[in-house]
Structure formats: structure tokens, C-alpha cells
Design a protein around this ligand. Structure first.
Ligand SMILES: [Mg+2]
Length: 235
């Protein structure tokens, strides 16, 4: 950021979804159980597979190859891994949550912020899954739009690619310079704000909480604190 906060007129706040509004772990646990159910149908030891799969996901849920890694670590040989991976990945991809809960006091904070700025939920991921998560949370009334970067041109336009900022600008008819970002990930949400030349506050929670923030980035414990910061600083 090159401008001082007093010069910035914040008219829109772009808010991340996973691990910002709700704990992504709650979604992942449902997905693990769905994959476990499919594993049992395929003749695997469900409980042993689930335990191993959880430990693999705990090392990073978006690193790829989590299911085949869990199969290898469960002791299956290469032929079995080859046979079992596709149906288990299918079960993971097809899983849709029936309910998800926001972190505490998120709803009230969204209501306060929505009275002051246009809110857009900005997320990466499989579009229909991200829509299902957003819908489960029941917070759509506070948002002007849900923008899923994968719908803008595929995975290459995921955060921190800045194409999404231009898309949100079109939707809202608000210039990017009047945006602010709230999110949990330094490599996505914080980096996006830096590339876009706009302000950001990081919520220090969820799977990526142990990742260091770049120097000088405002970091708070939870989403309500992020909203307090934005309102006190800019409104
Ligand atoms: Mg996130």
C-alpha cells in the first residue's frame, strides 16, 4: 500500500470464504466421512483409512494427491492404489455439505459491515461446491455477489491473480482502488491485496494459521475483529 489510510475511501470489502467465514475443517470432516463410506463399499478398512486420510489432510488439504497418499500410507500396494484412487476421489468431489456453521459472531459482523460498504464473497475452488458452502452458511443476504475465481477462466485465475478484482469492479461499478480485502491466507488474500494495491486485514485462523504474515500486514484473531478494524480505521 502506498496511500495512507486516511486517503482511502473504502466502498467495497472483498471477503474470503473458507477459513474466514467458517472453519474449512468442518467441511473437510464431512468429506472424509463420505470418502470413508465409499472406502467401505470398496472393501477397505473404513476406520483405518479415515484415520490415515485425516492425518494426510492435516498436513495440507489443497496440496493434491491426498487420497492416493492416504492409500499408500494405509499400506496398499501400487495396483490397489491405482484401482481405488479414482472412486475415492469421485466420492470426495461429489460430497456436498448439508449444513455448515459460521465462526462465532460472523453474522452480526457482516450486518455491521454491509451497512457501510458493498460486500462481495471472493473464493477459489470448484464452483458448485463453493456455491453449496456459501448457501449452507445462510449469509447471502449480506453480500452483493459471490465471485468464484475458477469461473473467470480456470484455476490460473485463482487468487492472487488480480483478474477477479476487475470482475468485482465491473459487477459493483466501483473502482478497485476503493476495495479492501479480508481473508486468512497470506499467499492468496494478502498477496491479492498487495498485487492490487489495496488494503487487507488477515484473520489468523484455520488451516493456514501457522503461515507467517508478510511484514506490516494487519493480522487479527477472527472475523469480527477484522470488521472492527475496518470500521474503526476507514469509516
Ligand atoms: Mg480462506
Amino acid at each position: 500500500m502506498t496511500r495512507s489510510t486516511s486517503e482511502v475511501d473504502i466502498r467495497a470489502v472483498l471477503i474470503d470464504l473458507d477459513d474466514t467465514l467458517y472453519p474449512q475443517s468442518s467441511f473437510l470432516e464431512g468429506a472424509v466421512l463420505a470418502v470413508g463410506g465409499r472406502a467401505r463399499e470398496l472393501g477397505l478398512d473404513r476406520d483405518r483409512f479415515i484415520e490415515t486420510f485425516r492425518s494426510v489432510l492435516a498436513r495440507g488439504s489443497d496440496t493434491g494427491h491426498t487420497i492416493d497418499t492416504a492409500l499408500v500410507e494405509s499400506g496398499y500396494d501400487a495396483d490397489e492404489v491405482l484401482r481405488l484412487t479414482a472412486p475415492l476421489v469421485g466420492a470426495f468431489l461429489q460430497y456436498r455439505p448439508l449444513s455448515l456453521e459460521c465462526y462465532p459472531r460472523v453474522r452480526e459482523s457482516l450486518e455491521r459491515l454491509a451497512q457501510r460498504a458493498a460486500l462481495v464473497c471472493l473464493t477459489d475452488g470448484q464452483p458448485d461446491l463453493q456455491r453449496a458452502k456459501f448457501s449452507c452458511l445462510g449469509v447471502d443476504t449480506y453480500f452483493r455477489a459471490l465471485v468464484i475465481t475458477d469461473e473467470l477462466g480456470g484455476r490460473s485465475l485463482r487468487k492472487p491473480a488480480t483478474a477477479c478484482l476487475n470482475r468485482v469492479s465491473e459487477i459493483l461499478s466501483i473502482p478497485v482502488r476503493n476495495f479492501f480485502v479480508i481473508g486468512d491466507r497470506p499467499d492468496k488474500d494478502v498477496a491479492l491485496a498487495h498485487f492490487g494495491g489495496i488494503g487487507v486485514v488477515r484473520v489468523h485462523q484455520g488451516e493456514y494459521r501457522d503461515k507467517a504474515s508478510p511484514q506490516g500486514v494487519v493480522t487479527v484473531d477472527d472475523f469480527p475483529s477484522a470488521v472492527d478494524y475496518v470500521i474503526e480505521t476507514y469509516f
